[in-house]
Design a protein around this ligand. Structure first.
Ligand code: ZN
Length: 246
């Protein structure tokens, strides 16, 4: 096999590509551990079976591929034609035979990786628009996919934990989540601290004023809580349910 390498040369971007590839491998490993009938079981996401989740991650790779195409051609290719279309695709995808579902999951991820690999250095700063309407440089798509593959591996509910995620992914997730709450005005006013990571500071709207509650734990526990994946016991005696993030 001929090994081809990334056209990108920026060290930070190459590092990000490495992290997303590790996450993708982790995601696939967890999917492959599931037998066909186990795909019918619920995922950790409300109302979604594992089938829905796998269809979503597969179609997400295709949607991100469209952004890569957009940056490479200069011709607009949105991630999804509409939110309804995105939902419909997932519902339909979830009904596919197991083999077809696995095929989608696998091949969509491989194509995306090849497209990233073949994207010239100067295209990575090209601005594209995400499904949420954010304008971002193409390089941001690597992080968008990183979040998906690592967190959704946990959502498969067959053994992956938030603590399996690399530390740098956890750090960035926490920043993203706190940023999203601030932007949406849903920050619960908690002071959020990470044990042993005082360098991360105290996060959230409760950091300065008198906090509504103090949430503290290991980085993985805090991210699990903040992303809605458990950890509500981090603040004793108070309801510290995290606001919705995505
Ligand atoms: Zn997702």
């Amino acid at each position: 096999m001929v090994v081809r390498t990334d056209q990108a040369t920026d060290p930070q971007l190459l590092e990000a590509l490495l992290t997303v590839r590790r996450g993708t491998a982790f995601w696939h490993r967890k999917v492959e551990e599931l037998g066909d009938t186990e795909l019918d079981r619920p995922s950790l996401l409300d109302g979604w079976s594992r089938r829905h989740l796998i269809a979503h991650v597969g179609y997400n790779a295709r949607a991100i591929s469209r952004l890569v195409l957009w940056a490479n051609t200069g011709v607009e290719h949105p991630m999804y034609s509409s939110p309804e279309e995105r939902e419909r695709e997932i519902e339909l995808g979830a009904t596919m035979p197991a083999r077809a579902l696995r095929h989608l999951n696998h091949h969509a991820a491989i194509s995306l990786d090849v497209e990233w690999r073949d994207t010239p250095e100067d295209r990575w700063t090209y601005e594209v628009r995400t499904a949420q309407g954010r304008t971002v440089p193409l390089s941001e798509t690597v992080w968008m996919r990183t979040r998906e593959v690592w967190l959704h591996a946990v959502d498969l509910d067959n053994g992956a934990r938030v603590s399996d995620l690399p530390e740098d992914v956890l750090e960035r997730l926490l920043g993203d989540i706190a940023g999203m709450w601030a932007k949406r005005g849903t920050d619960p006013g908690f002071a959020i601290g990470v044990d042993g990571r005082e360098d991360l500071g105290v996060l959230g709207a409760g950091a300065k004023a008198a906090p509504a509650a103090v949430v503290r734990g290991s980085l993985a526990a805090v991210v699990a809580w903040a992303s809605g994946r458990g950890g509500s016991a981090l603040a004793q005696g108070k309801d510290v349910t995290a606001p919705r993030w995505l």
